[in-house]
Design a binder for this molecule. Structure first.
Ligand SMILES: NC(=O)c1ccc[n+]([C@@H]2O[C@H](COP(=O)([O-])OP(=O)(O)OC[C@H]3O[C@@H](n4cnc5c(N)ncnc54)[C@H](O)[C@@H]3O)[C@@H](O)[C@H]2O)c1
Ligand SMILES: Nc1ncnc2c1ncn2[C@@H]1O[C@H](COP(=O)(O)OP(=O)(O)OP(=O)(O)O)[C@@H](O)[C@H]1O
Length: 321
């Protein structure tokens, strides 16, 4: 490994368990270094990529390294799970994340596999912006003791631990009790997470520029069990009843977890530190939703479609009957 310190440095994180990801990751490392940009790799991923002995502009993280420190962005090669993992690894440094989707959905990714070359070119030209995504700060209290604290980019989900028992909770907004539910769980989500677990639970899709916190119950056995949207300044809480047999489990972004004993109280508020996602194009969120969820839009006749057709006609395209 080299001791030289490059003027520019990118952290490359890859889902190295997959052969096609390894191939794309190696190509990205080669291309970035060929443009004089330093690449940092996690030590185990460098080994998986066969780059542990690479020198020049490639460096691996040392035990005392904060992975994203000193890096202008993180190139994440994988799917949404990889981006959530990257958010965890770099939360401290708020280094912007640029996802290249080699997963299944890749809702959070900005580029697809076929865009790798243009993505590297945009990095080289510094032709990108970073968008702040609202996060959650999540704290689990048992009595006065803080049992666990973490952040979430998608959601904090309080779930029942045993499949044969409902979870008994009281939910609270801004220090006022709202309702008591026997349920499978409660999802507290961000706008970013609105298309993930919240979406499956019947919560609303929230455009990312909206600042809000969401709360949606999972299979609540109750007449009032609607998805809720509250101000970003609100504080949500879910209390697992103290005198209940069912205990629970907290999951944040499907990654950070803790068991919830009866009496646990989970507090969720806007995170102090956003996650920054790199934008390469200014494509509207609506287009991403349509593309990723494969929504039917044939027959739409809006203004931009009319302009597009008029342009095609002027170029000799066929006119509609
Ligand atoms: N019933 C459900 O829908 C359910 C259950 C558990 C977890 N999840 C989600 O899985 C996430 C963890 O993702 P993973 O990839 O590590 O696990 P995973 O491999 O189990 O994938 C979960 C799915 O959620 C998608 N996803 C993740 N974040 C998304 C987002 N912001 N918008 C749209 N789709 C998104 C992924 O692409 C994937 O298809 C959690 O944060 C949670 O939102 C969903
Ligand atoms: N280098 C890695 N080592 C170990 N696990 C990883 C690595 N990269 C990603 N993962 C984990 O693998 C799982 C799947 O990640 P991936 O990004 O491929 O998501 P996916 O589910 O295949 O795609 P999508 O989420 O877009 O549908 C996630 O839990 C993620 O945290």
């Amino acid at each position: 490994m080299s001791n030289e310190s490059p003027a520019r440095r990118v952290l490359v994180l890859a889902h190295t368990g997959r052969a096609e990801v390894r191939e794309v990751a190696r190509a990205c490392v080669q291309s970035l270094t060929a443009h004089g940009i330093g690449v940092r790799l996690l030590a185990d991923e460098a080994a998986d990529l066969g780059l542990e002995d690479a020198d020049g502009l490639v460096e691996t993280t040392l035990a005392d390294h904060v992975p994203g420190e000193g890096c202008e962005l993180v190139l994440v090669i994988g799917g949404d799970g990889s981006i959530l993992r990257a958010a965890e690894l770099t939360h401290e440094t708020s280094t912007p994340l640029l996802g290249v989707n080699l997963g299944h959905v890749g809702f959070l990714a900005e580029a697809e596999q076929e865009d790798v070359e243009s993505t590297i070119a945009a990095i080289v030209r510094r032709d990108y912006t970073a968008e702040d995504r609202l996060t959650l700060d999540v704290r689990v209290m048992v009595g006065k003791e803080v049992l666990f604290s973490t952040f979430a980019l998608n959601e904090a989900s309080v779930e029942k631990a045993a499949r044969e028992r409902m979870l008994e909770v009281v939910v609270e907004v801004d220090d006022r009790p709202l309702s008591r539910w026997g349920c499978d769980g409660v999802v507290c989500a961000t706008p970013t997470g609105s298309t993930a677990y919240n979406f499956s639970a019947g919560g609303p899709v929230v455009w990312p520029e909206v600042e809000a916190l969401l709360m949606v119950p999972l299979s609540a056995h109750a007449l009032f069990a609607r998805p809720m949207v509250v101000a970003p300044t609100s504080v949500l809480a879910v209390e697992v009843l103290a005198n209940t047999e069912g205990s629970g489990v907290l999951w944040c972004d499907g990654r950070r977890t803790v068991d919830l004993p009866p009496g646990a109280r989970i507090e969720v508020r806007r995170g102090a530190r956003p996650v920054r996602l790199v934008r390469l194009h200014q494509a509207p969120f609506t287009d991403r939703l349509v593309a990723k969820f494969d929504l039917p839009v044939e027959g739409w006749r809006g203004a931009s479609e009319r302009r597009r057709r008029d342009g095609a006609d002027a170029d000799g395209g066929e006119r509609d009957a």
